[in-house]
Design a protein around this ligand. Structure first.
Ligand code: HEC
Length: 263
């Protein structure tokens, strides 16, 4: 009898542990953490995202383009050359371009203005690497996006409208998956709670181990337009910056994990 009880207890405990395991696998944040640890062990401490940061730093500091200039004088909102924590305050309005810009768009602006590249010469892969480098200097800082200027408020409102807009062949919008269906799953992944979970908007740009690529928020948003069956807005365009502004403002107060490592 004692043995039987013992077995039963072991079985119940075992099932309980399995349940916990299944739950952990459900949580993409925990799953990403596990993968990150595994990769770190295999690679002797170097993550793929570190390589992008390194490459981005080289690109940022090198004298390049027709003007043979580096990007070190680029102003990301805290003054030329000041990079620390800037990601937590983007997108924001810039007086020199008279536009609200996000990280990607600001990098592009400086490649054009400081280095003299023509827009069609700018390689997306370089912008992404530079974004990784700048993001790494905002790691563990606080997300603090707060639309105050009229131009920022206007774009925030556009972002909010786009977020709730339902359109396309499926008559869906961002909110269909990321508000209504939160907790349900898309294939293996649960839909992220973009407005409630402050972890979500504060880890971009990120390396996605599930497709082995470096993505900024713009890449993420464009892929989600494909989820909607709709054509994605162009890189550096107003809809992308507006949605980023809206989502980053929701994440105000979050501690940033940059660059992110996600599924
Ligand atoms: C059909 C469902 C669907 C729609 C509609 C959708 N998404 Fe997503 N979204 C997903 C899924 C699934 C993931 C996570 C899976 C992945 O990363 O592959 C995701 C991930 C994201 C993430 C990253 C979350 C994280 O944890 O880092 C952001 C940001 C995002 N979506 C924004 C948007 C925006 C903005 C829109 C509207 C333009 C949108 N999504 C529309 C399904 C959707």
């Amino acid at each position: 009898m004692g043995r039987f009880l013992g077995l039963l207890v072991a079985l119940v405990l075992g099932l309980g542990a399995l349940g916990v395991l299944a739950q952990e696998e459900d949580d993409p944040v925990k799953e990403a953490e596990k993968q990150k640890q595994q990769l770190l062990e295999q690679s002797g401490g170097i993550l793929p995202s570190d390589l992008y940061v390194q490459q981005g730093e080289e690109l940022f500091k090198a004298k390049r383009g027709p003007k043979q200039a580096s990007l070190e004088a680029c102003d990301f909102g805290r003054g030329p050359g000041r990079l620390e924590g800037v990601v937590g305050r983007l997108p924001r309005y810039f007086f020199d371009t008279r536009r609200v810009e996000d990280l990607d768009s600001r990098i592009r602006t400086c490649m054009i203005r400081l280095q003299g590249f023509r827009p069609e010469e700018i390689r997306r892969s370089e912008v992404v690497a530079i974004a990784f480098y700048i993001a790494s200097l905002s790691n563990e800082k606080t997300m603090y996006v707060r639309p105050l200027l009229p131009q920022e408020k206007q774009l925030y409102e556009l972002g909010e409208r786009l977020f709730y807009l339902r359109a396309g062949p499926r008559d869906m919008g961002c909110a269909s998956c990321h508000v209504t269906y939160v907790g349900r799953r898309a294939g293996v992944l649960p839909y992220s709670d973009l407005l409630g979970d402050k972890r979500v908007a504060s880890h971009w740009p990120a390396f996605r181990y599930s497709n082995d690529q470096a993505w900024t928020m713009a890449d993420r948003i464009r892929a989600c337009y494909a989820n909607l069956g709709m054509p994605a807005p162009d890189f550096y365009s107003e809809p992308i910056i507006a949605l980023t502004l809206f989502m980053n403002a929701q994440a105000r107060g979050a501690r940033m994990d940059l660059p992110g490592f996600i599924r």
